[in-house]
Design a protein around this ligand. Structure first.
Ligand code: ADP
Length: 321
């Protein structure tokens, strides 16, 4: 690979910039040219391509978001769109492409690989919902942001002896909820990996603990379970305890990345360049069982992952529900 392109795609995540910085710097150190593609596959189809040098990425590791912008693009899901994208890459002299994003973005990368572009995926999503890897860029920052926010809500909820239902992100995955349950000491979690929860059991648990003198409750609800406002209203109606809903929302997607997100993103960025240097294509970089590894994208997409049962068990033992 002589010229490497880089894009960020799908939902943004803190730490993406640290990965971009590492890609640019390690590529330059290996004698490759780097081109940045703005707005993911949408920008690719619009030929929004810029030259990148080492100086352009100085000081970006500490910035949240992605300096390349991100987007979703329906056209790229079609064969014509993919062929057009591959041609635009070739016209710009780009023979290797690094895609930072989630499963959908990797499917796009896989198509480009079939069309002769060497592609490498780097996992970037706060939800941790990529099955082939135990770590995704942004999760650590998002959990820390949610944890700080929940600490604050707990202060006021405790003072007023309320019940709080707090919704954290995670459309298909309950990792942020599980980590916050343990980090914040919440009284229960609702996550999409579990079968429909029994609302009456939750209400009974709250009532039982109130009768024993517990003065406040915090329940963490994952986005994938949803209906947080409705749940709060029903709990209030059933228990008579003042119950408030808080949806943390996009606050969890922003902010300066943690050291862990910066360092892991940088390592994955450098690893991606190493793979391109060795002529690899259609690979996704992962962190698994404490090691950086890479898988064929098709194999990676076919893997399955469940919430850590042991961690979940301990979390349940520490909570009311
Ligand atoms: P994420 O990468 O976070 O999973 P999306 O699922 O929204 O986010 O995917 C991001 C983009 O990747 C989509 O807007 C689309 O352009 C591209 N993409 C998704 N699925 C495919 C597919 N099956 N084939 C080609 N491109 C795809």
């Amino acid at each position: 690979v002589e010229t490497v392109g880089i894009l960020t795609s799908g939902g943004d995540a803190p730490g993406m910039n640290a990965a971009i910085r590492a890609v640019v710097r390690t590529a330059r150190a290996s004698g490759m040219k780097v081109k940045g593609i703005k707005r993911g596959y949408a920008g690719l189809l619009n030929n929004e391509i810029i030259d990148m040098d080492s100086r352009m990425v100085s000081e970006i590791a500490r910035l949240g978001g992605t300096i390349l912008f991100t987007a979703r693009c329906k056209e790229f899901e079609t064969r014509e769109g993919q062929q057009k994208g591959a041609q635009i890459l070739k016209d710009n002299g780009i023979d290797g492409l690094i895609v930072i994003g989630g499963d959908g973005s990797f499917r796009g990368a896989q198509k480009l690989s079939e069309l002769g572009i060497n592609t490498i995926g780097i996992p970037g999503t706060i939800d941790l919902d990529i099955n082939c890897t135990d770590y995704t860029i942004g999760f650590d920052t998002a959990v820390n942001t949610a944890m700080s926010a929940i600490d604050k809500i707990k202060d006021t909820s405790t003072s007023h002896e309320r019940c709080s239902i707090i919704e954290v992100m995670g459309r298909n995955a309950g990792y942020i909820a599980l980590w916050c349950q343990m980090a914040n000491g919440a009284d229960g979690i609702l996550i999409p990996e579990r079968d429909a929860f029994n609302e009456q059991d939750l209400i009974d648990a709250i009532m039982h603990n109130r009768s024993k003198g517990k003065t406040h409750h915090v329940i963490i609800n994952a986005e994938g379970v949803g209906h947080t406002n409705r749940l709060a209203r029903r709990i209030e109606a059933a228990t008579g305890i003042e119950t408030r809903a808080t949806v943390l929302g996009h606050i969890q997607r922003g902010g300066s990345p943690t050291a862990r997100d910066r360092v892991m993103a940088a390592t994955m960025g450098g690893y991606a360049i190493d793979l391109l240097h060795r002529g690899e294509t259609n690979r996704v970089i992962c962190y698994k069982d404490g090691k950086y590894v890479d898988f064929d994208i098709d194999e990676g997409l076919a893997m399955e992952k469940t919430i850590d049962e042991y961690q979940f068990l301990i979390s349940r033992l520490m909570s009311v529900y």
